[in-house]
Design a protein around this ligand. Structure first.
Ligand code: GLP
Length: 246
């Protein structure tokens, strides 16, 4: 794992956007894996600015999002489809038909999981996956204890995840308790991974990831140590006084 230390959230967002733009320019038909949450919002803003200023084209890009809440349709403001449309897709020249988010309202979720997994495979896999990290070490919505061999699947969200994500909802009771997420093995099949980490509330998770904790399903992000091509962009507050050895 390669770690890039940056000053703050702003710089993390800029560096991450530069990283993504370079890849898109090198491979205009790239398959991008995208994440939601507060962490990548700044990165998406920078991608939009660059698109407007420099004209980086997303016409041939295909995207696959990590996850979606069960029970929320794409027009629900708290759905991840809505998030992606409004934080990124509506402001770049991507073909919406090429943007994929698992369905939170499928009639048959087992079928939807299989469809999503097969879709990624059919497209030749993800070239670059953007990831955030939960304070309990979750990636996507893969909570502690998720099998490293998991494919796209349905999960019960941990109380701490529900609490952390409640800030986006009017009331905590509105936060869905289940989600559909790429599995750990789905994420690990990506050719390259870019993990973004910012803020004090991620400090402990980053420390657990970097400070030599063993690779174990009880801390999902630890699996990233088995991946040949992971870059972490983390800000000073998240890194704190860690002795980084990658
Ligand atoms: C959410 C998402 C993850 C995200 C993480 C951190 O639950 N499912 O993909 O990386 O939690 O979110 P944030 O960036 O808002 O801290």
């Amino acid at each position: 794992m390669k770690i890039i230390e940056v000053q703050d959230y702003q710089q993390m967002s800029r560096r991450a956007a530069e990283y993504i733009i370079k890849k898109v320019v090198q491979n205009p038909s790239i398959n991008l894996g995208l994440a939601t949450g507060g962490t990548p919002i700044g990165t998406y803003k920078c991608l939009i600015e660059d698109h407007q200023k420099s004209g980086t084209s997303y016409q041939k890009v295909t995207t696959f999002n990590l996850d979606e809440y069960i029970g929320l349709s794409g027009d629900n403001e708290n759905s991840y489809r809505y998030f992606m449309d409004n934080q990124l897709f509506n402001y770049i020249n991507i073909n919406k038909a090429n943007t994929n988010v698992p369905s939170g309202i499928a009639a048959d979720f087992q079928e939807e999981c299989k469809r999503y997994e097969d879709l990624i495979t059919k497209h030749g896999g993800i070239d670059l996956q953007i990831l955030g990290i939960g304070s309990n070490g979750h990636i996507g919505f893969n909570e502690p204890g998720t099998s490293f061999s998991s494919k796209t699947h349905i999960v019960e969200l941990e109380e701490s995840t529900i609490q952390a994500n409640a800030r986006y909802f009017n009331r905590i009771e509105e936060v869905p308790t289940k989600a559909i997420t790429m599995g750990i093995s789905t994420i690990m099949k990506s050719k390259e991974i870019l993990l973004l980490v910012s803020g004090e509330e991620k400090r402990e998770a980053l420390a657990r990831l970097l400070d030599g904790e063993i690779i174990h399903e009880s801390f999902p992000a630890s699996v990233l140590k088995n991946h040949p091509c992971v870059t972490i962009i983390a800000d000073k507050v998240a890194i704190a006084d860690l002795k980084v050895q990658c």
